[in-house]
Design a binder for this molecule. Structure first.
Ligand SMILES: [Zn+2]
Length: 262
């Protein structure tokens, strides 16, 4: 898999003696969690994994050199059962995914580490990494965090901002910037699962009343959004904005301490 993570920020490139010498109490480790799953007719299965790595690689270049932060090798497979049946989608069950995260957390704790952030780029993992961050806090006393760095793209129209969340303008633009050779620009399809302003409170996502969905229920091509306005320039701009936010969050996490209550 392509990588944009700087070599000197990648923990697996160190020896165990180098790792032993790290300041464990303030070293923040980043576990990327992503997916290998369908992304419409025009984007590769590895879209979430590539975007995760691309954004994180740019963010790590913006972290001051004296801040002790390292990326771990990613968990590329996620919980993607909403896309099952689309050839090439590879999903872990909820239990397997959680067991992998828990075991990696246990290994880090055994090696003396205290601080871990899940950097997630796949919506289907979102609630699980949130639960696991709390579980690692409860079981091992680690200081754990969740970071969902790919949202909040500036300048989107309201419809795309609300419902362009899979293989739409943002993901397509970022891949046009990162890996243009993997984007099939002649195979765009458009699908919105709901229109902004539709009546009713029940929504598929991002609402207080939601219904569980599978992609085949709502988006036959696999796209949720409109990739047509995508450009590499937008992808570069959003990567710059998102990676700046991600870097700021990582630095804040590296400085974070739970208050000692008496
Ligand atoms: Zn995606």
């Amino acid at each position: 898999m392509k990588t944009w993570i700087p070599d000197d920020r990648f923990l697996p490139y160190l020896t165990w003696k180098q790792v032993e010498a790290l300041p464990k109490d303030r070293t923040l480790l980043i576990l990327p969690t992503a997916a290998i799953e369908q992304h419409g007719h025009h984007l590769p299965l590895a879209t979430d994994t590539l975007i995760n790595n691309y954004l994180l690689g740019h963010a790590l270049r913006k972290v001051p050199a004296d801040v002790s932060i390292y990326a771990l090798a990613p968990v590329c497979y996620g919980k993607s059962n909403e896309h099952i049946g689309y050839p090439g989608t590879l999903s872990l069950s909820r239990d397997t995914f959680m067991a992998v995260l828990r075991d990696l957390g246990a290994s880090l704790k055994a090696g003396g580490f205290e601080k871990l952030v899940f950097f997630n780029s796949h919506g289907g993992n979102h609630s699980l990494v949130d639960v696991m961050a709390r579980d690692l806090r409860a079981e091992f006393g680690m200081t754990t965090f969740c970071l969902f760095g790919g949202g909040g793209a500036s300048g989107l129209d309201p419809q795309e901002a609300a419902y362009g969340f899979h293989a739409g303008e943002v993901e397509t633009s970022v891949l046009l910037a990162a890996t243009p050779e993997l984007v099939h620009t002649d195979r765009y399809t458009v699908n919105y699962i709901r229109q902004v302003g539709d009546p009713g409170v029940l929504k598929p996502e991002f609402a207080y009343a939601t219904y569980a969905w599978l992609t085949r229920d709502i988006a036959p091509s696999g796209v949720m959004g409109d990739p047509n306005p995508s450009t590499a320039e937008k992808g570069l701009k959003w990567c710059d904005e998102m990676s700046t936010r991600i870097a700021a969050a990582l630095v804040e996490m590296s400085e974070f301490r739970h208050r000692e209550l008496k």
